[in-house]
Design a protein around this ligand. Structure first.
Ligand code: BTX
Length: 328
């Protein structure tokens, strides 16, 4: 870890507290000059660090920039050793994850970004990812051969995001099958799970699990086309928790559920939060739009619907997108 990262990790863990340059240098076993250089570097990156002659350095409690230094100390044992890579801006964390896996097929870890210039949703759709207000991250997973089911991984991630939000904010998020998290009737999070085929073994060797969360209201409003759909966890600039805390909580929750994929133990929690169940939904099939009633989530995370002719059909991730039909 570089001196800058060490200094940042210390300041993040003692946010709002002051420490003199000398004490910091002693604690980290580096020179005062390198502490000073590190502080200047961090300030340039946008960290609000106040320096007072008597008390020393202090990282403002309002600082909320994504960083490995802030996230790693909050992670559970299950994630120790995983790489955490935070970017200021990137085209898409899923695309970056794919590039990394291309270079190093053994890579396991998490890519985060403050902003995405080409944030992607399913079926080539755009996921609006402005700077400073969201949390965009991709987990690179190496699932066991029979556990590479994108729908199951998506459902586990949806539960993990809901639990993390509930624990840190006390709010009660709901799930719109299969990959969207809603709060107060608005979409606050989307999940995009993509598999990478290992050409030699012809199996899905890697899964990229992308999670995009609207953390606080963006500086400029959401674009017109999603104004009536999108919501945020917090509306003001000063949220009660930081994005680093939220990222760590989501990761900790997910890595508790991930080993449970085979037993599906978390699926009941998914069903409880899934507000689609019992509703009339429509989904495209070929050139037609089919209307049906959502009746269950099966053990593979599929949505079972009852068609007007009395037959049932199971919808799986990726093939369709559903719309809940508003009651007249
Ligand atoms: P989706 O295809 O289910 O949803 C995309 C749709 O959601 C868009 O067509 C639009 O209507 C709406 N939308 C776009 N941006 C937002 C937003 N910020 N908030 C709410 N609604 C929005 C959902 O796909 C999956 C999104 C995954 C995003 C993550 S971010 C990290 C990773 N990197 C990446 O490029 N994608 C994933």
């Amino acid at each position: 870890m570089s001196t800058k990262e060490k200094v940042l990790q210390f300041l993040e863990q003692h946010k709002g507290e002051s420490i003199s340059g000398q004490d910091l240098a002693d604690k980290l076993e580096v020179s005062r000059t390198s502490v000073w250089k590190a502080i200047n570097g961090l300030k340039k990156e946008g960290y609000q660090i106040e320096a007072t002659t008597n008390k020393g350095y202090q990282l403002s409690i309002d600082t909320d920039l994504l960083s490995e230094a802030a996230i790693v100390p909050l992670l559970s044992e299950a994630l120790k050793g995983h790489r955490i890579i935070a970017h200021k801006t990137i085209d898409s964390t899923n695309l970056e994850a794919k590039r990394i896996v291309n270079e190093d097929p053994t890579f396991e870890g998490v890519i985060l970004s403050e902003e995405q210039t080409k944030g992607r949703g399913r079926l080539g759709r755009v996921f609006y990812s402005p700077s400073e207000s969201g949390l965009y991250m991709s987990l690179v997973l190496k699932p066991a051969a029979d556990m590479d089911n994108a729908t199951l991984i998506t459902t586990a991630a949806a539960v993990a995001v809901c639990l993390a939000i509930e624990i840190l904010t006390g709010k009660n998020p709901q799930i719109k099958w299969v990959n969207d998290i809603f709060l107060d009737g608005r979409k606050v999070c989307g999940i995009l799970t993509e598999g990478i085929m290992d050409m030699e073994s012809r199996t899905i060797g890697t899964i990229i699990l992308g999670i995009g969360l609207n953390f606080r209201a963006p500086e400029t409003d959401f674009p017109d086309e999603i104004q009536s759909i999108a919501g945020t966890l917090f509306d003001s600039k000063n949220a009660a928790v930081t994005r680093n805390q939220m990222a760590a909580e989501i990761l900790n929750r997910f890595y508790v559920l991930y080993p449970e994929l085979a037993s599906r133990s978390y699926l009941d929690e998914y069903r409880k939060r899934c507000f689609v169940l019992g509703e009339q939904v429509t989904f495209p099939q070929g050139t037609e739009t089919i209307e049906a009633k959502a009746i269950a989530i099966d053990d593979d995370g599929g949505l079972v619907v009852a068609l007007p002719n009395g037959e049932t059909k199971t919808l799986t991730y990726g093939e369709i997108s559903i719309k809940i039909k508003k009651r007249e």
